[in-house]
Ligand binder design. Structure first.
Ligand SMILES: [Zn+2]
Length: 443
């Protein structure tokens, strides 16, 4: 073939090579101007940042980015694809800052947490995670911070890869891989001591091991590091919630120092007491759950700019009977959490929306957390922003996700009603666009 080439063919091939070599040098602007223009007609627009909604807006989407937002009277170029959401409320794609795509519920009757690890192989777990990310996307969640795989290793990073390469549908994923706790600080537990049971997190003892675990997880693609600062909890004789602390301040500092060096952040599961205090003193970036926080601890979070991801909903699931130690603990957790959440609101802590899905079966609605937040006194617009622009800021994606404005990725959803009047509307997402592609349109 090569030897039979004519001079003309060689010239043509040479020209083609020249053009091919040139193509990557097309500017980002030239490439985006070549991409398809889609114009979304929004009846009402909640843009994720503004404190009021606007009516009759046009959202110009070019490729995977939002090009501009304009009043309805603005001219729409010929050839633009039109999406009519003029009867709908349009919002940025939602962000759930606390999920577990590899967890398949913890219902005691179905084997509880342990069944996730003991009765499911990695292929079954991957299939369930594939289901979970699709479920999230069809409910309008276009980004997840997935806070550990519960024994499924680095699977979250591989599911993320499958989504990014277009193999399966799903949200943007910020994965935490294996998470870190200590000996005696994570499941599986309660088996004969002779048995070397698998654990749902990477267990470390001492700052050297702690730093090494962070390095291993970061090496294999962790976008966040997740640590457990408390583990078991119970109710003491006075009826107070008590939580067993896990990592020491020195261990946590080693993890935080290492992770911040990679310009990544550390999410700390912490219920209350000593473990929560160590989380704050060790410099964690977000407190997960924070069931029972003192005024002093809330003030320290204000000072340090710590994010608060309360995940209220899961503490109403699977309560043990009222007269048992477990039942007392379950009720104490939910009650004190409500008090803490109200205090956090009053202190204007930086609150992000998180469901802990996976702990809650993925078949259940993610938007139930909005109802919980609003019932406990959060304004619907604040609840929406906790799942859009505020979460984006925590994820270092301010202006890129969680907002409908020029330059942001085109992650756009719509509901039929007004979520500011009835927050449950967010549980009925009818339209989902992710990265400029329409995934669902039931309007
Ligand atoms: Zn969790």
């Amino acid at each position: 073939m090569h030897r039979a080439m004519t001079r003309a063919a060689i010239c043509a091939a040479g020209l083609w090579l020249l053009l091919a070599a040139y193509a990557p040098h097309a500017t980002a602007q030239e490439r985006s101007q070549a991409a398809q223009l889609t114009v979304i007609r929004a009846g009402t627009l909640i843009d994720g940042v503004s404190n009021t909604a606007r009516t009759n807006q046009l959202i110009f989407v070019r490729g995977n980015k939002i090009e501009k937002v304009a009043d309805a009277g603005t001219a729409v170029p010929a050839g633009a694809k039109l999406v009519d959401l003029s009867k709908a409320t349009v919002l940025p794609g939602l962000i759930d800052s606390h999920t577990h795509i590899f967890l398949w519920g913890e219902e005691p009757a179905k084997g509880g947490y342990d069944a996730n690890i003991l009765n499911a192989g990695i292929a079954l777990r991957a299939a369930r995670a594939t289901y979970a990310v699709k479920r999230a996307l069809e409910q309008g969640f276009t980004t997840l911070r997935d806070l550990e795989t519960e024994g499924a290793g680095f699977g979250d990073i591989e599911i993320k890869q499958a989504i990014e390469e277009g193999t399966i549908p799903g949200p943007r994923i910020f994965g935490a891989t294996k998470a870190i706790s200590t000996t005696g600080g994570y499941n599986l537990e309660g088996y004969a001591p002779e048995l070397d049971m698998p654990k749902g997190a990477q267990l470390v003892d001492g700052p050297v091991e702690a730093r090494k675990a962070a390095r291993q997880q970061l090496e294999h693609g962790a976008d966040w590091i997740k640590v457990y600062m408390t583990h078991r909890s119970w109710v003491d004789k006075q009826g107070n919630l008590v939580s067993q602390p896990t990592l020491t301040v020195e261990e946590l500092r080693a993890i935080v120092d290492e992770t911040h060096g990679w310009q990544k952040k550390v999410a700390c599961h912490a219920y209350n007491g000593i473990g929560l205090q160590r989380a704050l003193d060790g410099g964690c970036d977000s407190i997960e759950h924070g069931l029972d926080m003192t005024d002093t601890q809330i003030a320290q979070m204000q000072r340090q700019g710590t994010w608060y991801c309360p995940t209220i909903s899961p503490y109403y699931n699977d309560w043990a009977p009222a007269d048992t130690p477990g039942g007392k603990r379950d009720r104490a957790r939910a009650m004190t959490h409500e008090v803490t959440f109200r205090k956090a609101l009053a202190a204007h802590l930086k609150i992000v929306f998180g469901t802990d899905m996976g702990g809650i079966p993925w078949q259940e609605p993610m938007a139930q957390e909005f109802r919980r937040m609003v019932t406990l006194g959060m304004a619907p617009m604040d609840a929406i922003q906790s799942a859009t622009s505020r979460a984006a800021e925590m994820l270092d994606m301010k202006g890129e996700i969680g907002v409908i404005s020029p330059g942001a990725y085109a992650d756009i959803i719509a509901v039929a009603g007004d979520p500011l009047k009835d927050v449950d509307e967010l549980g009925k997402v009818r339209f989902v666009m992710r990265d400029g592609s329409v995934f669902k349109n039931d309007m």
